[in-house]
Ligand binder design. Sequence first.
Ligand code: GLN
Length: 231
Amino acid sequence: CGKQEAKPAKVLKVGSEAAFAPFEFQDESTKEYVGFDIDLIKAIGKQMGAEVQIQNMGFDGLIPGLEANSIDLAISGMTITEERAKKVSFSKPYYKSGLTMVVKSDNTSIKSFKDLEGKNIAVQLGTTGADEAKKVKDAQIREFNSAPEAFLELKAGGVDAVVNDKPVNEYYIAKAGGKDAKMVGEPLTAEDYGIAASAKNKELIAQVDKALEELKKNGEYEKIYVKWFGK
Ligand code: GLN
């Protein structure tokens, strides 16, 4: 029979750990995934003529998901590291970040990373923040599945500090319930976020890079940046 099926639009399955505002989080009323990364990957998909489907998953499941081909791409405030680059291919950097600390507003003893010695620190499992916190002498590290859970533990008094990405810490203090917390310390690291694909999928990453470049040229990247970070 000569029945013609409509050609399906290209679909990109994109993994993200959607509890990392302002990069990816769930809008409380619409339940939609929103944030800088979400807007950026949608714009990249549009450039590529593909429909983006966001799959919310644990941060430590993203790289295994790419390796198993259950997702095509991951965008999740993910820092480009040498370790990770052995397993996946990364796009060009799309956001400059770094680690800082969050403590209770009334804490006067922790002012720099050195002051974390012997303290209780909350981090998110599988992150660069967890790696850095583990280097602190005599510190007790508590690993949580998400940054909001680490912040809750700080609020509850279970830990002295959270080590996490600076823009996420700032957003938490300004907008997401962290009124009784403050950020301290100069950024401990300089990190670049990248979009990841399976190591075998260099072709896809090349397309992502091309789209990203186009969005930087046509002002779309800038618009998305200003929407989430101002200026
Ligand atoms: N940028 C950090 C990392 O890549 C944290 C990412 C996250 O928690 N989403 O490890």
